[in-house]
Ligand binder design. Sequence first.
Ligand SMILES: [Zn+2]
Ligand SMILES: [Zn+2]
Ligand SMILES: [Zn+2]
Length: 365
Amino acid sequence: MFLCRSMWRVLRHDFLRHLFLAALLTVIPSLCFPRDSMELRKDPITRSWVIVGDDVERQAQPGYCPFCPGAPSAPQVIATLNSADHGAGPVTAMVHPAPLYRIEGEPHRHAEGIYDAMNTVGAHEVLVQSIRHDIELWQSSDAEISQFLQLTAQRIQDLKGDLRFKYVTMFKNHGVPAGQEFDHPVSELTATTFVPRRVLYELRASRDYYLEKERCVFCDTLGQELRNPLRVVELLNNYVALCPFASRVPYEIWIMPRRHESSFERSVTSKSGQLNELAGLIRRTLQRVMSISESFHLVLHTVPNTYQKSNILQYWKTVDEDYHWHIEILPIMGTKAKPYFLKEVYYTHISSETAAEKYRKLAIR
Ligand SMILES: [Zn+2]
Ligand SMILES: [Zn+2]
Ligand SMILES: [Zn+2]
């Protein structure tokens, strides 16, 4: 108290007092809203969010597998689904041991001059698809893959109940060049307070196409691909696997429902009868990919969180009609990679037609 009074007396002059108050006002916000070492920054030109910071918190791997049963220190379990398959063991969602996003707190989106930044609030989970350390998704039974799809759908629906989150997705990075983090066969799930850039491009483009034609661009694409199935790899009653016309990398392959469906999670929970068909197609597609390449990125693209009561709902007013969920798989062909082209203009040295033909000829059951 004495110190405060004597300090104030020192600041006799109005000018010094103003200077002191201004300095205090600059410091207060950072005291009230302490930031993580990482933050989200928005590129003012491309409008994409980037995680930036000096990453000191992500720890080195422990000397044991945290996802194998009986691990000395296992991550927190969020949800478990028992497998219908005898002896297959449960599929489990766990908190990521070194998460990119944290569930606590508010995003506190704020301006820094012309820039936008916010805290890395969100969810980052690990989906452990098997208790076995040596069984990958494509080596699992269709019943096990179905359980994994059901858990994924449940987690997405659950996280979409949190109105802070605008987008929830599942992805899998397999192999060192893909940035695989754990030896145990896992997939990951993130919930973010923003829609990631690639999905945002797709959502905007699908909406524009719908506004002009009143049709879903994915359904139209599918219609054309099925009329001349040069790029179709496998066609089932309800799902299809195909190499996209403008593949970004050699052997890029997508899995999508043949009839219009915007939401993966709604589809999986309401059509459990078709789940084995989808599971089988995912298994065979990944086996095909693994006979071509040792590593890949897999990502699920589904509708954004339309529970949002804000302008977002208005913004995505036609999303159920114009967007169509799909799974994208991008194999990594190490030796022929062209880093510049991959970043600026995609360069694919094997055409989608040749890739589809090669995939079809593989002996996969
Ligand atoms: Zn393990
Ligand atoms: Zn559609
Ligand atoms: Zn997509």
